[in-house]
Design a protein around this ligand. Sequence first.
Ligand code: ADE
Length: 239
Amino acid sequence: MRLDYLTIFPDYLAPLTLSLPGKAVSGGLIEVHVHDLRRWTHDRHRTVDDTPYGGGAGMVMKPEPFGEAFDELAIDGATIVVPTPSGRPLTQALARELATRERLVFCCGRYEGIDQRVLDHAAERGELIEVSLGDYVLNGGEVAALAVTEAVVRLLPGFMGNAESLTEESHEAGLLEYPSYTKPAVWRDREVPPVLLSGDHGAIARWRRQQSLDRTAARRPDLLHGAQAAGEWVIASAV
Ligand code: ADE
């Protein structure tokens, strides 16, 4: 998979060379290209933004630098990912969808966003996906681009040694993950739940499932709605 990032803060994306994405780069699974959007400006101040037509607060990112970057990077056919609070919420399902693509081009906006024509143009040259990290406002798209990258890259075939750790974790099963424990069996007077020391794999699996259901019901009841798990939780909790 090839990943391109258009940003006015290339240093913000330095973590891409560390940890999970870094491992995928050194393993040859992904190719990462971070581009300073100001490279495609031509004035003395290397201007990337301007005041909004129609008035209002803040600045809007100008279309020309993005347009020239798209041309030089030949984005045609790619999936263009634009982080914005008005985008599709980032979910595990969306991460799985993005993990099937050959090339992602992230366009990181700052200020009050990017001129709408950039997005309309991008949608004609490739697949445009606007993505939101959640219902809150960040200063720009860089942190969201990092989050999307990490969620996607770890799903690439050949990335994780242990396929089970992918399927068992929070959200892969549509539920939150059960709590985990390791040695020692007693720590500061707190004991590991005895069932986990029982060696009874059936009982352990049932306990973990119940923990997942209880946690999901308590913290994220929205995930149970419409899910098969809702009925299971109601029944399991009644006994
Ligand atoms: N840019 C600013 N806020 C954002 C958010 N919540 N998600 C994605 N990109 C953003």
